[in-house]
Write a protein that binds this ligand. Structure first.
Ligand code: BES
Ligand code: ZN
Ligand code: ZN
Length: 500
C-alpha cells in the first residue's frame, strides 16, 4: 500500500498531498516549511490564528488559481500536519501518519502523497517506520458486515500512499519494518472485530493453517479428542458448556540453527459469558474480544513469517474455546486436573482464562523447553481498576525478561506496568479441597491471576501480559480506533527484533 518515491509533490496530482511541519516554540510563532507553496498556506492559517503546528493540528487547503498554490500539477487537496515541538521519536510520526490517514478517509482521498520532512534532524529510517505504522493503522476500518449506507457514505479504502523523500533506501527500509508491524496489528484487529458466531475456535485453527502454508511454519491443531487424551483438563473443562469443540493451535517458526526458543501463548476465548457464574448482561457483547491475546499471538506470527528472525525460534500456542453455560458446563465447586497434574477447585467459572492458559503453558514448557515464555490474555477486569485503559499489566518471574518487554512496549507505544508476584499472593489461592482454587481471596485480582499462571511455568523465565484494559478501548489516538487495538502485536515484534 505504501510506495517510496523520489518524485516531488510538484510532480504529483492525486487526491491529496500531505506535509509535516514542526511547531517552533511555546510562543505563537509561525511554523516554517521548506516548501514555498506550503509556507503560503501556513501563513494564511497562521494569520487567522488557526495553525501553530501543534501535534495533531491540521490545515486542509484546496489549491487553485489565486489561492497561492500552483494549480497545474498540484494535488486536489493539500494537508499540513503539525508535529508539535516535543523531542522527535517514532511516536510523533506514528501520530502524524495516523492523522494523515484519518483525514484522507474522511475526505475520501484514497490516493495520496506524503512528503517526508527530510530536513529534520532525525533518522530517516525511524521517521519512515513511524509514519508507515501510523498511516496503515490509522487507515484501519472494519465495515464488512454493513450492507446499508447513506448515499455517498459508503466507505472506501486507502489504496496507495506515496512517500516522497530524498533518502530512498533508508525510507524503504523503515517503511518495510513499519508496514509489517502495522499490517499484523490490523489483522489482529480484524480477528477481534469478527463476532463470536463467526470467529470460533475453528477459525483460529484455519488461520493457523493459512499462515503455516504461507510462511512454511509447522502447524498442528489439537481437537477435542486429542486434548482429552493429553489430559488438558482446563481447556476441556471450560469447553464443557459450549456446543463447539475447542482447538489448540500450535505454530512453529524454526531457523534451523541452534538458537534460543521463545514460546508465545495467547488466550483464545472466542466468547466469555462467564459460564454458570454468568456475567451481567450489560456490555457482555464485548466478551467476543476475549480472544485478543490469541489474536495478538497469531498476528505476531504473521510478522515473524515476513521478518524471518535469524537468532530466535518462535513457537506460538493458542488454546481456544467458548465459555458458555450449557448443560454440561463446569459448576462452581467442580475440581479439574490440569495438564501438569495439579488439581484446581473452580470456585468461579468466569475465571476461565487461567484454566486454559495453565494447560497450554505447562504443556508448551514441557514440550518445547523454551528459553522464555510470554503469554498475552484479557485475563482480569481488575487490571482496568488498577491501570485503566492506558497500560498493560505485566507480571514476571524474571527481571531481565520483564525489562526487555517493558522496553519493547515503550518503543511500540504499547506501554506496560509491572505488578509484583510473591508467595503472599500465591497463598491467596490455597484451596481446602484441591491444590489450588481458580480465584484468590479478596484483593489484587490481577496479581492472583498471574500467581495462578506462575504455578504452571516452573523455573522457565516467563512474563504474563494482562491486556484486558488495552485490547480494546485503549488510549484513543489518531492511529488507535475505538474498537480493538491490536495491542501486544507490535510489542512482541519489537521484543523479537531486540532479542540478544
Ligand atoms: N475475560 C474476563 C476478564 C475481562 C473482564 C476482560 C472485563 C476484559 C474486561 C475474565 O475471564 C474474567 O471474567 N475474569 C474475572 C475473574 C474473576 C471471576 C476472579 C473478572 O475479572 O471479573
Ligand atoms: Zn471470564
Ligand atoms: Zn475471559
Amino acid at each position: 500500500m505504501i510506495t517510496v518515491t523520489a518524485k516531488t509533490s510538484q510532480q504529483y496530482s492525486g487526491d491529496m498531498c500531505v506535509y509535516f511541519v514542526r511547531q517552533l516554540d511555546n510562543k505563537k510563532t509561525m511554523p516554517v516549511s521548506q516548501d514555498k507553496e506550503v509556507q503560503e498556506i501556513i501563513k494564511r492559517a497562521y494569520d487567522v490564528g488557526d495553525f501553530f503546528a501543534r501535534a495533531g493540528e491540521t490545515v486542509l487547503h484546496y489549491p487553485g488559481p489565486g489561492t497561492g498554490a500552483k494549480p497545474a500539477k498540484s494535488a486536489r487537496r493539500i494537508l499540513v500536519v503539525g508535529l508539535g515541538k516535543d523531542d522527535l521519536d517514532r511516536e510523533v510520526f506514528r501520530l502524524a501518519g495516523g492523522t494523515a490517514s484519518a483525514t484522507a478517509l474522511k475526505k475520501k482521498a484514497y490516493e495520496f502523497m506524503a512528503v517526508l520532512p527530510d530536513e529534520l534532524d532525525f533518522p530517516a529510517v525511524e521517521m519512515a517506520q513511524g509514519l508507515a505504522e501510523g498511516l496503515i493503522l490509522g487507515a484501519y476500518q472494519f465495515v464488512k458486515y454493513k450492507t446499508k449506507f447513506e448515499p455517498d457514505e459508503k466507505p472506501g479504502e486507502i489504496k496507495n500512499i506515496m512517500l516522497s523523500t530524498r533518502h530512498l533506501s533508508a525510507v524503504r527500509k523503515g517503511v518495510k519494518t513499519g508496514s509489517t508491524e502495522a499490517f499484523a496489528g490490523c489483522r489482529a484487529r480484524d480477528m477481534a472485530n469478527e463476532p463470536g458466531n463467526y470467529w470460533t475456535p475453528a477459525q483460529f485453527a484455519e488461520r493457523g493453517r493459512e499462515l503455516a502454508a504461507e510462511y512454511g511454519f509447522k502447524c498442528k491443531v489439537y481437537g477435542l479428542a486429542e486434548l482429552k487424551k493429553m489430559g488438558m483438563g482446563g481447556i476441556i473443562g471450560v469447553n464443557q458448556g459450549s456446543g463447539k469443540p475447542p482447538t489448540m493451535v500450535v505454530l512453529e517458526y524454526r531457523t534451523g540453527k541452534k538458537v534460543p526458543t521463545l514460546l508465545l501463548v495467547g488466550k483464545g476465548l472466542t466468547f466469555d459469558s462467564g459460564g454458570i457464574s454468568l456475567k451481567p448482561g450489560a456490555g457482555m457483547q464485548d466478551m467476543k474480544y476475549d480472544m485478543c491475546g490469541g489474536a495478538a499471538v497469531i498476528a505476531a506470527m504473521q510478522a515473524i513469517g515476513e521478518i524471518s528472525p535469524a537468532r530466535l525460534d518462535v513457537v506460538a500456542i493458542v488454546p481456544a474455546t467458548e465459555n458458555l453455560p450449557g448443560h454440561d458446563a463446569l459448576k462452581p465447586g467442580d475440581i479439574i486436573t490440569q495438564y501438569n497434574g495439579k488439581t484446581v477447585e473452580v470456585v468461579n467459572t468466569d475465571a476461565e482464562g487461567r484454566l486454559i492458559l495453565a494447560d497450554a503453558l505447562s504443556w508448551g514448557v514441557k514440550k518445547y523447553k523454551p528459553d522464555a515464555v510470554v503469554d498475552l490474555a484479557t485475563l482480569t477486569g481488575a487490571v482496568i481498576v488498577g491501570l485503566g485503559h492506558h497500560r498493560t499489566g505485566l507480571m514476571s518471574n524474571n527481571d531481565a525478561l520483564a525489562e526487555k518487554i517493558m522496553a519493547a512496549g515503550e518503543k511500540s507505544a504499547e506501554p506496560l506496568w509491572r505488578l509484583p508476584l510473591g508467595k503472599e499472593y500465591a497463598k491467596q489461592l490455597e484451596s481446602k479441597v484441591a491444590d489450588l482454587k481458580n480465584v484468590g481471596t479478596q484483593g489484587a485480582g490481577t496479581i492472583t491471576a498471574g500467581a495462578f499462571l506462575e504455578e504452571f511455568v516452573g523455573e522457565t523465565p516467563w512474563a504474563h501480559l494482562d491486556i484486558a484494559g488495552t485490547a480494546w478501548d485503549f488510549t484513543e489516538k489518531s492511529y488507535v480506533p475505538k474498537g480493538p487495538s491490536g495491542v501486544g502485536v507490535r510489542t512482541i515484534i519489537e521484543l523479537i527484533r531486540a532479542w540478544k
